[in-house]
Design a protein around this ligand. Structure first.
Ligand code: PLP
Length: 399
């Protein structure tokens, strides 16, 4: 589907056609996105928000139009709730730091899940070091479903915030965010969904889900690297202090006292990645041009097809068998180290990811040091799945 929009997919690796199955790490970029980057540098480049001159105003308009584009994409109530960051990791660090300053005291509790990416663990541990907060962890069953009864039991009068991945980057589990969020709210806690692996794949509506925060990265959704989003409800963002200081985020500076800009600029110190924001808007246009339900149906079809084929391979174990699962398959083959598997597939032109996938606590839970992972995007095909599965069989025969 739409493969010719992605020039890189036509290249060869070691003389073999590239089969790119590392999309959960980052997706390839369509011409529309690369063209948007080039066009801005060629035609419109100027620093935003500061200039009275024509180019600066045009660049500012593009940057703010991108914010509105993102708002509509995730159905936020207003653009003041859309903060541009470097990506999911920075968005999560921003919340940990700033929400932590505003709302958390020693002994307050934050709930995470066992399947979180390190980006949604380490910032909270750093906050624990600074403030003495307590972290609680939602367990899961062997299929990769979060244990909702155990989740309910984790709440106490000190629970302030719950932070859970919408989709696990390892297991592919689509967590029941609306339900988890409603439970958090019924206990008076706020809720953050890490949307790094959901926003690229299906429609995410922050108001329908009810979340207080949502984080995601441009580069995982056909957009450029270095730009991401933090959505936060105005009421909370208003109460949270700035995360970094500098230009753009101030109203008035004197050596005695500085006043801060309104939302969302309070959280955007320094020259923003205005080329990235505009290219992210191009990526969103691209996705919506194809339609998210069409992309999602295609990827789910590949997921089921690949799962069926892979389960025919003796000794192959798939991690994550949740009923609600997105386009990620993590696996190991008995007797073959995942790194060897990845290296041999690479020689056949097939790019997959191997290792701990930035989720070591989850690796511990699954009783393994690492896994191989194939992950799908809109441009992958059944023929690529066939090539991949044949390669797995070939590697298995070699061992
Ligand atoms: N959260 C999840 C679920 C992820 O899959 C990733 C990236 O793999 C991240 C957070 C971090 O995203 P980034 O590296 O773009 O900041």
């Amino acid at each position: 589907m739409h493969r010719s929009d992605f020039p890189i997919l036509a290249r060869e690796v070691y003389g073999k056609p590239l089969v790119y199955l590392d999309n959960a790490a980052t997706t390839q970029k369509p011409r529309a996105v690369v063209d948007a980057i080039a066009a801005e540098y060629y035609n419109t480049n100027a620093n935003v928000h500061r200039g009275v001159h024509f180019l600066s105003q045009q660049a500012t308009e593009l940057h703010e139009a991108a914010r509105e584009r993102v708002r509509r994409f995730i159905h936020a109530a207003e653009t003041a709730e859309i903060v541009f960051t470097r990506g999911t990791t920075e968005s999560l660090n921003l919340v940990a730091y700033s929400y932590g300053e505003a709302f958390l005291k020693s002994g307050d509790e934050v709930i995470l899940s066992v399947m979180e990416h390190h980006s949604n663990i380490v910032p909270w541990q750093m906050l624990r070091e600074r403030k003495g907060i307590v972290l609680r962890v939602i367990p899961m069953d062997d299929d990769g479903n979060l244990d909702l009864e155990a989740y309910e039991r984790l709440f106490s009068p000190r629970t302030r915030l719950v932070c859970v991945a919408h989709v696990s980057n390892v297991l592919g589990t689509v967590n029941p965010i609306a339900r988890l969020c409603a439970i958090a709210h019924s206990h008076g806690a706020h809720f953050l969904a890490d949307g790094a692996q959901s926003v690229p794949h299906f429609a995410v509506d922050v108001q329908a889900l009810g979340v207080d925060f949502l984080t995601f990265s441009g580069h995982k959704m056909y957009g450029p690297t270095g730009i991401g989003v933090l959505y936060g409800r105005r009421e909370l963002l208003e109460k949270m202090p700035p995360y970094q200081g500098g230009g753009e985020m101030i109203k008035r500076v004197s050596f005695e006292k500085t006043t801060y800009e309104d939302l969302p600029y309070k959280f955007e110190a320094g020259t923003p990645d205005y080329v990235g924001s505009n290219a992210l808007a191009a990526a969103i246009d691209y996705i919506e041009g194809i339609r998210r339900d069409v992309i999602s149906a295609h990827e789910r079809e590949l997921l089921h097809y690949a799962t069926e084929q892979m389960l025919q391979i003796p000794g192959l174990h798939i991690y994550g068998r949740a009923a609600e699962k997105d386009a990620v398959i993590s696996f190991n083959i008995e007797g073959i180290h995942h790194l060897d598997l990845g290296t041999l597939l690479d020689r056949l032109g097939i790019a997959i990811r191997t290792g701990h996938h930035c989720a070591q606590p989850l690796m511990d839970r699954c009783g393994t040091e690492g896994m191989a992972r194939a992950s799908f995007a809109l441009y992958n095909t059944r023929e690529e799945v066939d090539t991949f599965v044949e390669a797995l069989q070939r590697v298995r025969r070699m061992f």
